[in-house]
Design a protein around this ligand. Structure first.
Ligand code: 5GP
Length: 185
């Protein structure tokens, strides 16, 4: 059976990946988001099994031992990982979208060299910080940690297949949809 493509989307926390992914999925019905597992606490409005599978550290470590992750990483004091089974199930339905950070993206590239890696940039670091604060659900300590992490993530964009700027979410979504269409040619 033919398999959909594995499409990795990275970009600093607060860059608007969630919005962009949502807009992309509204325009194409063959794009499926692979829900990751994490040990972090849900934010207000986040739903278990939709945004993430929220699991304990013990459970996550047991799943690492059982090789259930296509990739995983520990950052911002928590584990995050792509479930092999989830990604495979999504690829059976269509193209699989992974919202993961660069360390995970590097592991995916190794495990699946034909994956496409796309990096989303904020218009500026100032705008990124403004968006993070605007979310109103992140402490000062978390914001400082995320900004430091964002600076490191931005340096990683050099080895991605594509880099797009999220100035306007719809334009950014359309640009990525265009990349996906070109992959199919
Ligand atoms: P947040 O806590 O804001 O939801 O996500 C923080 C970061 O974790 C984001 O950069 C996001 O891309 C990344 N992330 C989410 N899921 C995964 C995953 O399964 N694996 C890896 N490596 N990173 C992830």
């Amino acid at each position: 059976m033919s398999k959909g493509k594995l499409i990795v989307i990275s970009g600093a926390s607060g860059v608007g990946k969630g919005t962009v992914l949502g807009l992309m999925m509204q325009k194409r019905n063959d794009l499926f988001f692979s829900v990751s597992a994490t040990t972090r606490d849900p934010r207000p409005g986040e739903v278990d099994g939709v945004h993430y599978f929220f699991i304990s550290k013990e459970c996550f470590e047991e799943m690492i031992a059982n090789e259930e992750f296509l990739e995983y990483d520990a950052h911002a004091a928590n584990y995050y990982g792509t479930l092999r089974g989830q990604a495979e199930a999504m690829q059976k339905k269509g193209h699989c979208l992974l919202d993961i950070e660069p360390k995970g993206a590097a592991q995916v590239r190794k495990a699946a060299p034909d994956a496409t890696l796309i990096f989303i940039m904020p218009p500026s670091m100032e705008e990124l910080e403004r968006r993070l604060r605007g979310r109103g659900d992140t402490s000062e300590e978390q914001i400082a940690m995320r900004m430091e992490r964002a600076a490191w993530e931005m340096e990683q964009r050099s080895w991605y297949d594509y880099v797009v700027v999220n100035d306007d979410a719809q334009a950014c979504a359309d640009e990525i949809l265009n990349i996906i269409s070109n992959l199919e040619d």
